[in-house]
Design a protein around this ligand. Structure first.
Ligand code: SF4
Ligand code: FES
Length: 217
């Protein structure tokens, strides 16, 4: 088995480590593929579908963050089919999530020409802000379900397992075991979940209080 492989990305022949994902192969070649749920600190789950690319011969678009590169593959990262898919992904996200504090996603929407109102039908989730501990606030109206917080709380870093993915279907959400208040869980308030959250759904209490004070001043 060789330790590198050759593939073609956007018409360019590139070399990648034998165990690279398509995302890693593209990044190594200086080709940018947009991501949302991917974080190099966390195990990739291929949840958001923002990183989809077209692999010649594949029936569907594939998520670059979880698809291994293979010798001889031919990949398109920015053709019309890919761009349309990413635009729709962003429009569906904007229809259900408050992205007001997610500047990276807002920039992706602008670049993709995504219409935030396309699927908006008033069904935006409005869960209440949870303030159940002195360290951080949870505002799940801003949650894009990337699972990063759950993963750093578990095997990817902290091994405390205070956070979990709960519910089913449209009710799927991030929460605690049996929905217990944070102080009644195994949480040690290490702050890693806050650090990896891409949308400010998790925010230090002090920062949140300052914002509230400014808003009502
Ligand atoms: S709370 Fe933040 S880190 Fe956790 S799943 Fe939601 S967006 Fe991702
Ligand atoms: S970044 Fe690949 S599926 Fe989310």
């Amino acid at each position: 088995m060789t330790d590198s492989l050759k593939l073609t990305i956007d018409g360019r022949e590139v070399l990648a480590p034998a165990d690279a994902t398509l995302l890693e192969a593209a990044q190594a070649a200086g080709i940018d593929i947009p991501t949302i749920c991917y974080d190099p600190r966390c195990t990739s789950n291929g949840l958001c579908r923002m990183c989809v690319v077209e692999a010649r011969g594949a029936r569907t678009l594939v998520a670059a963050c979880v698809t291994r590169a293979a010798e001889g593959m031919t990949i398109a990262t920015h053709n019309e089919r890919v761009l349309r898919s990413r635009r729709t992904t962003l429009e569906m996200l904007a229809a259900t999530v408050d992205l007001s504090e997610a500047p990276d996603i807002q920039a992706q929407m602008a670049e993709a020409g995504a219409d935030a109102a396309r699927f908006a039908d008033g069904a935006t989730r409005q869960p209440e802000i949870i303030r159940d501990n002195p360290m951080y606030v949870r505002d799940y109206a801003k949650c894009v379900m990337c699972w990063r917080c759950v993963q750093v709380c578990a095997e990817d870093a902290q091994y405390t397992f205070a956070l979990t993915v709960a519910g089913r279907g449209f009710d799927t959400h991030i929460g605690t075991f049996l929905n217990k208040p944070m102080p009644e869980t195994t949480c040690v308030f290490c702050g890693q979940c806050v650090g990896v959250c891409p949308t400010n759904a998790l925010k230090p209490v002090k920062a949140w209080e300052l914002e509230q004070a400014e808003a009502t001043a």
